[in-house]
Design a protein around this ligand. Structure first.
Ligand code: PGA
Length: 255
């Protein structure tokens, strides 16, 4: 069976006290038996969060960003070695907010993934279309290109360190979740694309998460879809009860 993943992308939210309480509460409310849970706190709180997750089963700490450079005179940047040294195991690459606000293009994303893989970090690669693209009916070819342009440059061997998050931009932070059918259709397209690039064993095994206004109330209908292997959750990951309910929903489906 494919690995199921529930990931919390905190974005630029929380402070140190809130971050520690959030993780402590979630871990006390949930029993994580079969899925993997990954917290993506802001950089300054990674070490504190990682100290809380390191001895917990199936629980990991990730970074929301990584430098494409190895080391040196890049003021303000954080490299792969630094992340590894504070207990990070996963990195987000290609989130639409980074593509849009920080001008991260395919070339930069490829470099970021390469740096992550070189240091043994696992990557959640994000893709997804804007509302304009969906309304024009080009959403499938757009997402296929996002996958081909970036993941298409990798070797088959490196694909076991990659998961994908499909996050339609129109659903991020808007309360407008993709319907389970819309999400399933795109996940199937993504899986087929991975199959074409790397073969069926890899496409059958890769975890594809849904992201975009995922919450406790819609988690079950989304997670029940054949090609949806979990979620990348923003807003709802900042509330301990809400995020715990999402984890429990996945755990129940796996029983
Ligand atoms: P959201 O964000 O759950 O708040 O829509 C998801 C994301 O951007 O990862």
């Amino acid at each position: 069976m494919r690995q199921k993943i529930i990931a919390g992308n905190w974005k630029m939210n929380t402070d140190l006290t809130y971050a520690q309480e959030l993780v402590t509460n979630i871990l006390s409310y949930t029993k994580i038996n079969q899925s993997k849970v990954i917290f993506f706190p802001p950089f300054p709180f990674i070490q504190a969060v990682s100290a809380l997750t390191t001895n917990e089963q199936n629980t990991f700490t990730g970074a929301q960003n990584i430098s494409q450079f190895e080391k040196g005179a890049y003021t303000g940047e954080v490299n792969a070695d630094m992340l590894c040294s504070v207990g990070v195991q996963y990195v987000l690459v290609g989130h639409s907010e980074r593509r849009e606000y920080f001008a991260e293009d395919d070339m930069i994303l490829i470099q970021k993934i390469q740096r992550s893989l070189d240091e043994g970090l696992k990557v959640i690669f994000c893709c997804g279309e804007s509302l304009d693209i969906r309304n024009s009916g080009q959403h499938e070819s757009y997402v296929i290109h996002q996958i081909e342009n970036v993941l298409g440059t990798l070797t088959s061997d490196s694909m076991n360190a990659i998961s994908i998050a499909y996050e339609p931009i129109w659903a991020i932070g808007t309360g407008m979740t993709a319907s389970p059918e819309q999400a399933q259709d795109m996940h199937a397209v993504i899986r087929k694309t991975i199959g074409k690039l790397f073969g069926e064993p890899i496409s059958n095994q890769i975890s594809i998460l849904y992201g975009g206004s995922l919450k406790a109330g819609n988690a079950e209908s989304l997670f029940s879809q054949n090609d949806i292997d979990g979620g990348l959750i923003g807003g709802a990951s900042l509330l301990a009860t809400e995020f715990s309910d999402i984890i429990q929903t996945m755990e129940k489906l796996l029983e």
